[in-house]
Design a protein around this ligand. Structure first.
Ligand code: 13P
Length: 244
């Protein structure tokens, strides 16, 4: 990575943790000394308020895992971007593959959610990734570049948007692409971003662990990681951050 793009190590806790676990994890992270990378955690919505208190004054920022495209209204169970900001969030993940697969979110839906995040003053972490069949067909770069362009709202710029490349087949599987494959996709995404590409951060996500983080984070085009399972351990998450 380059000094112009500060690395971001983001933890996506997904649907894990009750108050006691979340607070213990947040307190361990809050005690971490200053480092090169920016740190972010995205707990489940029920833990946003207690984790916000635990992280207060620390170097670790808070994010949501999803938001609704509208600001308020009759949307039972949903959370707006403004509500996330109100709870202390600075970021929100949009278009995670689990949302796309389990909730039918299309690029257009993701684009509307990212636009809502921007209106609320949040940084949108826009996720894209290919399936194993798409990779086997040699379509990974084309698929993710098209998905990214379809998922970015008009106002997306480096200050309000982070891209996360998460191959669907690498999430929670212990498998990762080769570093060369990651670099090829990140370069394709950066090229697709045009003028915004040089300054916009592009994270890699999918089975990032302490033992593979240094290799995956070393290339110029990899600006950090979106970490799932390993972000549930403070030691593992901070080891990954230390590799950035
Ligand atoms: P794992 O790190 O558990 O593979 O999850 C990656 C991910 O989906 C982060 O958003």
């Amino acid at each position: 990575m380059t000094a112009a793009r500060r690395p971001l190590i983001a933890g996506n806790w997904k649907m894990n943790g009750l108050t006691a676990d979340g607070l213990a994890l947040a307190r361990s992270l809050a005690a971490a000394p200053e480092g090169v990378a920016e740190l972010l955690v995205c707990p489940p919505a029920t833990l946003l308020a207690p984790v916000a208190s635990a992280l207060s004054g620390s170097r670790v920022a808070l994010g949501g895992q999803d938001c609704h495209a509208e600001e308020a209204g009759a949307h039972t169970g949903d959370i707006s971007a403004g509500m996330l900001a109100d709870a202390g969030c600075s970021h929100v993940i949009t278009g995670h593959s689990e949302r796309r697969a389990n909730h039918g979110e299309t690029d257009a839906v993701v684009r509307a959610k990212a636009a809502a995040a921007h209106r609320a003053g949040l940084v949108a972490i826009v996720c894209v990734g290919e399936t194993e069949a798409e990779r086997d067909a040699g379509e990974a770069e084309a698929v993710v570049a098209a998905s990214l362009l379809g998922s970015l709202p008009a106002g997306a710029r480096p200050g309000n948007t982070v891209v996360a490349y998460e191959p669907v087949w690498a999430i929670g599987t212990g498998r990762t692409p080769t570093v060369d494959d990651v670099v090829a996709v990140h370069a394709a995404l950066r090229a697709a971003l045009g003028d915004r590409g040089e300054a916009m951060r592009i994270l890699y996500g999918g089975s990032v662990k302490p033992d593979n983080a240094a290799a995956l984070l070393a290339p110029y085009d990899v600006d950090g990681a979106l970490v799932g399972g390993a972000s549930l351990s403070a030691a593992d998450f901070l080891a990954i951050a230390g590799a950035a």
